[in-house]
Design a protein around this ligand. Sequence first.
Ligand code: ZN
Length: 251
Amino acid sequence: MSTWRQERNSKALARLERRLSGSFPACVLAHAYRQPLIPPTQRKAVESYWRHRPLLADRLARALAAKSGTPEGWQWHLGEEKANGSPLSFRSPPAPFRQPAFALGPGHCCVCGQPVFRLGWHRDLWGDGKPNKNASWHSACVIAWQLWNAPSDHIKVLKKRQDRKCLLTGRRLLRNAEVDHRVPLFAVWSEHRFRAWPELLGFWGAPNLQVINKTAHQEKSSEEAGRRARQRLAPSPSASRIITALLSADS
Ligand SMILES: [Zn+2]
């Protein structure tokens, strides 16, 4: 280890331990000690812990959302105006608590709706008895939100999860492999949008993510584009009923 790093780490360690509260999560502290560059503050240690565990953050954020449930009166809409806070495209995960009409205010996470405690933690380890009024994100939900919106940034951990095999062809993943949503997001919007909100988040999270080789991805995408075009051309169920009724009246 370079002398520079040794010196930096012993300073960081001294700083971290000086402010360390007895209730600080042991798993985060163990993570901090293992880092090549030790985080010098509790907050930085918590951020680093979740940054290294995007899949765990995703699972936790969805579990917290399930605890909150779908807010009363909320439905997934695509926003025409930015003002109401609805996502503009079906590519963004629905986030009711980010919309002004359903926001729970400071002290609650704008992603999952649950209370946020010290250091952005999701449980009141310090026995404060109340959420931290200055916080509106869990540290875990920050990372989950990043994964849901830009899964390609986490390709390394997703590749590792599937043992570096292409899940479509069974072959080894090549360097240009890409992240894919098993159920494409347009189909989530057209076929699943009335599901309960916490369940919807699973379509952005790890359960719906896979890494596949570029050629396989191109084939899958062109099949999906064909399906989407057919869906657009197909008459709606009510139109089909009218057509059937007209045809039977004729005969
Ligand atoms: Zn949260």
